[in-house]
Write a protein that binds this ligand. Structure first.
Ligand SMILES: O=P(O)(O)OC[C@H]1O[C@H](OP(=O)(O)OP(=O)(O)O)[C@H](O)[C@@H]1O
Ligand SMILES: Nc1nc2[nH]cnc2c(=O)[nH]1
Length: 173
């Protein structure tokens, strides 16, 4: 990563401002509900930590971890869950929090998985959305920023497990 060209895409200030707006919007939409927030590991952990502190409503948290397998850099499109949540979601309001939607395969899998357990409602909040890259139709209910088709790191997002700690988001090449 040290040898890579990286250019700032989203500053910490811009991220903080947008996360605060999302927190306010979600708090308005879920007044009178005790939301269960499900973070998708690993990438979402920083966004989720900031987002729940921007809420003015109570929430519970849980985590799931998914992996997609493929040859080389290309995903086979097969997603598997390597860690399920530990909370019962039947009849509850669920918000999945994800760092990025790219092909849409991960979130499509997770949404279908959770819907089988009959939550009262199920929505998705994604920090970043690469809308032009979908392999399956998928729309998040809340989006921090839309980004073009370029590889990004920082604010939880990694390149080979590096760069998650960076407070800003960078384009890398
Ligand atoms: O829309 P998709 O094409 O399915 O891609 C999005 C997924 O890819 C990334 O996870 P990754 O597998 O890199 O794991 P990580 O979160 O542990 O970094 C990201 O965090 C999403 O979960
Ligand atoms: N870190 C990272 N993970 C991704 N997964 C899908 N797109 C991206 C991206 O741009 N950066």
């Amino acid at each position: 990563m040290e040898n890579m060209n990286k250019k700032i895409l989203l500053s910490k200030d811009a991220i903080d401002k947008r996360v605060k707006e999302l927190g306010e919007q979600i708090s308005r939409d879920y007044t009178d509900s005790e939301l269960i927030i499900v973070g998708v590991l690993k990438g979402a952990f920083i966004f989720m930590a900031d987002l729940i502190r921007a809420l003015s409503i109570p929430c519970r948290v849980d985590f799931a971890r998914l992996a997609s397998y493929g040859s080389g850099a290309a995903s086979s499109g097969k997603v598997i869950m390597t860690k399920d949540i530990e909370t019962s979601i039947k009849g509850r309001d669920i918000l999945i929090v994800e760092d990025i939607v790219d092909t849409g395969l991960t979130l499509k899998f997770l949404v279908d998985w959770f819907l089988e357990r009959n939550p009262r409602s199920l929505k998705v909040c994604a920090f970043l959305d690469k809308q032009g890259r979908r392999k399956v139709p998928f729309e998040a209910d809340y989006v921090g920023f839309t980004v073009d088709d370029a590889f990004v790191i920082g604010y939880g997002l990694d390149f080979n497990e590096k760069g998650r700690f960076l407070p800003d988001v960078y384009l890398v090449e």
